[in-house]
Ligand binder design. Structure first.
Ligand SMILES: CC(C)(COP(=O)(O)OP(=O)(O)OC[C@H]1O[C@@H](n2cnc3c(N)ncnc32)[C@H](O)[C@@H]1OP(=O)(O)O)[C@@H](O)C(=O)NCCC(=O)NCCS
Length: 378
């Protein structure tokens, strides 16, 4: 073994506990904070648009900065015509997150700054994607249902405009606030798998759009962003308040993973889940929805008692979106149209202070051997 050969002593499967870089964007130490502000306080006192500005520009905006930021983002809601023409050609059964990934890749071909990796160009591209991604999700959804797309409304913020474009009707202030809080909580989370993917991609001096396409791919899996689309399956499978305790115990006995529980970093609970739970509860206004909330409470209690395992953000988010009558395949794309703010902030930070990310591995394959002529093999 050479002196600098990878040592099993330095190896942590899944990079658990490994420090893989530095960031000024957010920390999970002593409660989740974005650029120094606790997420709890941001949810109480700020909108998603303000938080997106905080992540991309380093600080909360003044009123003047916010309106200039919103003007730039809403201008980007007019996505290039060839990208709009993509959706009628996407199969109706296409998974919305895959369609979003393809649309982000396609829109890069029309971005005037696509190949420019300067700080200023990266911020411009990030703001454009922030405006474009909700439009892409809403348009693809409506076209897949045989409905006409709805024009964006420049006077509406990120959440209100998305709900309006999706449904074609004005959302209530309560819905807008609930969605806004969920998107603030989804916006950023340190070195999670998709953000790390984005950082790895730009560490090769690749570009922001390529990083976001890769990040969407990483987000898709059910161990990461895909979990919010599994939550209602879990709650429904539990059958209702009378059956939920036994169902959970049986699922744990079968060693099943209960989606929406557990976290690589938060072993004692995820503060974001606690914040969003009240919104999921408030949105459950029908007896049927309240039944699922009670069922969720029972699953939560049994998971705590049996496994010391607590809900992550996806647990209340999946229920909130369901109570808002949003279709399940939209939930991970909605996560993405929020996390674009955090992904882009990390891409910009990585690019501005770059060092190629290239770790080592421990080799577990065949010992050294020599190549036999093809006629002598087998
Ligand atoms: C998020 C997650 C991937 C973190 O995993 P991790 O830190 O790698 O933890 P591990 O996969 O090593 O799991 C440790 C143990 O807890 C169990 N476990 C982890 N999450 C579990 C869950 N949601 N339900 C039931 N058991 C779970 C594992 O089976 C394992 O048990 P074992 O030691 O008996 O084999 C994991 O908790 C999970 O799969 N959760 C469900 C998916 C989810 O909600 N993802 C969104 C994350 S924000």
């Amino acid at each position: 073994m050479s002196a600098d050969a990878p040592s099993p002593a330095n190896y942590s499967p899944g990079l658990e506990g490994v420090v893989a870089g530095e960031t000024a964007v957010s920390t999970v130490e002593d409660g989740l904070k974005y650029r120094g502000y606790s997420v709890g306080e941001l949810c109480e006192k700020a909108t998603f648009d303000e938080v997106a500005h905080l992540l991309l520009h380093g600080d909360l905006p003044t009123a003047k900065e916010l309106s200039a930021f919103q003007a730039r983002v809403t201008t980007a809601r007019r996505i290039p015509e060839p990208v709009k023409q993509l959706y009628p050609n996407v199969p109706k059964w296409a998974y919305p997150l895959d369609a979003l990934r393809t649309a982000v890749s396609m829109v890069s071909l029309f971005d005037p700054d696509a190949a420019d990796n300067t700080h200023e160009a990266n911020v411009r591209k990030a703001e454009r994607l922030l405006g474009q991604m909700p439009v892409m999700v809403a348009d693809q959804y409506r076209i897949s249902k045989g409905l006409q797309p709805v024009m964006a409304r420049p006077e509406l913020g990120h959440s209100a405009n998305f709900l309006y474009m999706l449904r074609g009707t004005e959302p209530t202030p309560e819905e807008v606030r609930a969605l806004d809080v969920s998107l603030i909580l989804y916006a950023e989370h340190e070195f999670n798998a998709s953000t790390f993917t984005a950082r790895v991609i730009v560490s090769t001096q690749s570009d922001l759009h390529s990083a976001i396409v890769g990040a969407i791919g990483a987000l898709k899996g059910p161990l990461h962003g895909g979990a919010n689309e599994k939550v209602m399956d879990v709650v429904r499978a539990a059958g209702g308040p009378d059956a939920a305790e036994k169902w959970t115990l049986d699922a744990l006995a079968r060693k099943e993973r209960i989606m929406g529980f557990g976290h690589r970093v938060y072993k004692a609970g995820d503060v974001r889940a606690g914040i969003l739970k009240g919104y999921a509860r408030a949105a459950a206004i029908t007896p049927d929805l309240q039944k699922w909330e009670t069922t969720a409470d029972i699953i939560e209690r049994v998971m705590g008692e049996q496994k010391k395992m607590y809900p992550n953000l996806d647990w209340p988010a999946g229920r909130l979106y369901h109570a808002m009558d949003l279709e399940i395949p939209l939930y991970t794309p909605m996560f993405a149209m929020s996390r674009i703010a955090g992904w882009a902030a990390h891409v910009i930070e990585q690019t501005d202070h770059n060092r190629l990310i290239r770790p080592r591995s421990i080799y577990t394959g065949e010992p050294t051997r020599s190549v036999k002529p093809i006629g002598e093999r087998g």
